[in-house]
Structure formats: structure tokens, C-alpha cells
Design a protein around this ligand. Structure first.
Ligand SMILES: *Cc1c(COP(=O)(O)O)cnc(C)c1O
Length: 398
């Protein structure tokens, strides 16, 4: 099949929910993907921060193959070893004591929202259910999570939304303090807003948010779906920002490409869930958890995390140097291998120009380029992207 034929069939058979690049991807290897015509592309999108080990990582492939042959699925009516082992690994390396597994980011946030409401209800009775979230945030596309998302474009024409949410400006403590009332159960935020254009939370702000939450027994929930699993150079971004949440959600990189989500919490919060209060048929199935274990193992024992930290520093320095040399670059933001570059031109143009030169990048908003490559990205790969951006920006000013 050619890319053109595929494009036509996609228009015919798929609901038209996506704006896609004029590119088909047939296979991948490491930091490269290949289209149906065999052309190679350097991948700085990584399936939107999902393929943390790149494409076809031998340990991940082997773990999936072995587990597929052993047992793919059984339901949560029974115990399975990969699920318990992955939970143990996440608990051993985080603030959390307990894990609930599901299949996506939105579902992880659904679990977090339900857990927060339940915790608050058990402790304070009905009426204390509100969740405060941030403007410009992104938390998913289910009804609860699109309501939690502080962006009109995600909510438009889906009204009525779920009751019990309010929105405040990111990094603004005063506004947050005013919005926390005796109805507030939790605050939900991304330590770095990803889809919203790569905005990093201030450390001082997060510390104050933590204090506010502790004082009022309001749960602090971090959506680390994009920032987790080594993306920022530590396993979770909160480790670098000096603040621990009560609940944290994961997905994207957790399975290295196999769909899996997780909601993590401290014991005192997690006990609000009892048998029957929440569930998922696929959640934590052996195949997905075996993939999650392989990812954790590669990050922690295979030194991918250390590599990601070094590459993150190198990349962020390179992007800052690029900003010094090109006036079209307005700002560089991010942490580790989650980097954003604000440009005084249409981000879509840069995405297309990169594609034409064999590099995949992605936009987050009209004027922000987002880079979320596999964590196995090399200096040579980074240099190639920086050279390509320099070419595109030079042409722009000429
Ligand atoms: C991608 C993302 C989600 C939604 O995850 P899905 O798997 O698409 O449901 C939620 N929150 C953040 C921060 C994300 O980046």
C-alpha cells in the first residue's frame, strides 16, 4: 500500500477526529521511523512522549513476546504476577504506597478524580467534592477529564460538563488560595503543562500549593502522564520540583507504547477505594504490565534514566543557543527531554519543514514547538535537529 492509498482509505473508513501529517509509518527502529515508501525519519515526537525506549527496543520486544506466549489477559478476578510486580516497582521508586492500573491517561485521571471525591466524602461527608484545576491544562478526553481540562477548545459543544470543577491561572498562588473553599476536595495540576505549550511550574509556587493542601486537607494530585517515566531526567518530575503529591497519574511512557495507565496514591488516600468502588476489565493486564516492567527495568537498571538526564541538559543548552542566534525564537522552556520552543511564526510551518527534511516534531499550540523524543536519543540526533531548525529559521529571517 502507498501512503496516498492509505490516506484515501482513512478518509473513507475512520471518524475524522485527527488532523494528520501527510505521512504513514510502517516500522521503527531506535530513534528512527520509516514510511511505507521506505523513507527514514528522525523521531522527536516518540508517539507523543510514549516511546521512551524508542522503537523496537530488544528488552521491551522480548518482554512482550514472552508474556504474550505465557498469558495475555485474565481479568482482575484473579492475581497475576506482572501486575503486582509493576505496582511494587512503582511504589519502591515513588512517594506512593498503592497503585490502581487502567489503560490510558484519561482513565488514570478519572481514577484520581473518583478517588479524591471518595476520600473527601468518607472523611467530610457530602458537598466537599470540588476539584481545582489549571487554565491551559490538559487531562484527557473523557467527560470528567475534559471537564478538568482548562481549555475551551476541548470542552466546546459538549456541554453540560461534569459539575464540581473550577479553574485558576497556572503559577498564580493568590488565585488558587481564593478558589480553595470548604467545598474543595483536591487540586489537580501538571508539574509541566505539556499540551498547553510546555510551561514549567515554579518550585516556590509548588511548595506553597503543597502547604496550602496540607493545611486544608485538600489532596494534591499531579498529572505526570507526560512528565513521568524519565521524561524530565528523573523517574518523576516531582522529584526535581521538591514537592510530593498525594495522588499521581501515569500513562504515556509507562508501557513504552503498550497502552497502560496508573493512578498512584499514599496509603491514607488509597484506602478510600474498597472492593467494588472502581474497576477496569483490561486494567493492569499481564501483557501491559510486562511491558511496564521492561520499561522500568531499562530506565532504572539499564541506565536509560541517566542517559536521559545528560541528553536533556545537552538538548536544552542547544535550544537556548539556537534562541540566541535566531530572533524568531522567543523562548525555550522545559525540563529534561520535554522541551518547548516558542517561535514568532506558525508552529505548523516548522513542523512541515522538519518533516520535509526527515525529522518528526510536534506543535503544542499555535506558536510552540514541542520536543519529546525517545529517551535513548543521542547527541548526534540532537545536533541534527538543531542544525535543521537553524536552516529553517535562517530561511525565515532571510
Ligand atoms: C496525554 C495526556 C493525557 C491523556 O492521556 P490519554 O492516554 O490520551 O487519555 C492526560 N494528561 C496529560 C498531562 C497528558 O499529556
Amino acid at each position: 500500500m502507498t501512503t496516498e492509498e492509505l490516506k484515501q482509505d482513512a478518509a473513507r473508513y475512520l471518524m475524522q477526529t485527527y488532523t494528520r501529517q501527510p505521512l504513514s509509518i510502517g516500522r521503527g527502529s531506535g530513534t528512527r521511523v520509516y514510511d511505507l515508501e521506505g523513507r527514514e525519519y528522525l523521531d522527536f515526537v516518540g508517539g507523543i512522549a510514549v516511546n521512551v525506549l524508542g522503537h523496537g527496543h530488544p528488552d521491551l520486544v522480548q518482554a512482550i513476546q514472552r508474556q504474550a506466549a505465557e498469558l495475555i489477559h485474565t481479568s482482575n478476578l484473579y492475581y497475576t504476577e506482572p501486575q503486582v510486580k509493576l505496582a511494587q516497582t512503582l511504589v519502591d521508586h515513588s512517594f506512593a504506597d498503592k497503585v490502581f492500573f487502567c489503560n490510558s491517561g484519561a482513565e488514570a485521571n478519572e481514577a484520581a478524580i473518583k478517588l479524591a471525591r471518595r476520600y473527601s466524602h468518607d472523611k467530610y461527608g457530602a458537598g466537599r467534592f470540588e476539584i481545582v484545576t489549571m487554565k491551559n491544562s490538559f487531562h484527557g478526553r473523557t467527560f470528567a477529564t475534559l471537564t478538568a481540562t482548562g481549555q475551551d477548545k476541548v470542552q466546546k459543544d459538549y456541554e453540560p460538563l461534569l459539575p464540581g470543577f473550577c479553574y485558576v491561572a497556572f503559577n498564580n498562588l493568590e488565585e488558587l488560595e481564593r478558589s480553595v473553599t470548604d467545598k474543595t476536595a483536591a487540586i489537580l495540576l501538571e508539574p509541566i503543562q505539556g499540551e498547553g505549550g510546555v510551561h514549567v511550574a515554579d518550585r516556590a509556587y509548588l511548595r506553597q500549593v503543597r502547604d496550602l493542601c496540607s493545611k486544608r486537607d485538600v489532596l494534591l494530585m499531579f498529572d505526570e502522564i507526560q512528565t513521568g517515566m524519565g521524561r524530565t531526567g528523573t523517574l518523576f518530575a516531582y522529584e526535581q520540583l521538591g514537592v510530593q503529591p498525594d495522588i499521581m497519574t501515569l500513562a504515556k511512557g509507562l508501557g513504552g507504547g503498550v497502552p497502560i495507565g496508573a493512578c498512584l496514591a499514599t496509603d491514607s488516600v488509597a484506602k478510600a477505594f474498597s472492593p467494588g468502588s472502581h474497576a477496569s476489565t483490561f486494567g493492569g493486564n499481564p501483557l501491559a504490565c510486562a511491558a511496564g516492567l521492561a520499561v522500568c527495568h531499562a530506565l532504572l537498571d539499564g541506565h536509560v534514566l541517566d542517559h536521559a538526564r545528560r541528553m536533556g541538559e545537552y538538548f536544552s543548552q542547544g535550544l537556548s543557543d539556537c534562541k540566541e542566534r535566531h530572533r524568531v525564537v522567543k523562548e525555550v522552556r522545559g525540563l529534561g527531554l520535554l522541551q518547548g520552543m516558542e517561535v514568532a511564526m506558525d508552529a505548523k510551518t516548522v513542523v512541515s519543514e522538519c518533516l520535509a527534511r526527515g525529522i518528526l516534531i510536534n506543535g503544542a499550540g499555535e506558536h510552540v514547538l514541542r520536543f519529546v523524543p525517545p529517551l535513548i536519543i543521542t547527541q548526534l540526533d540532537i545536533d541534527r535537529l538543531l542544525d535543521t531548525l537553524a536552516q529553517i529559521f535562517s530561511k525565515q529571517t532571510a
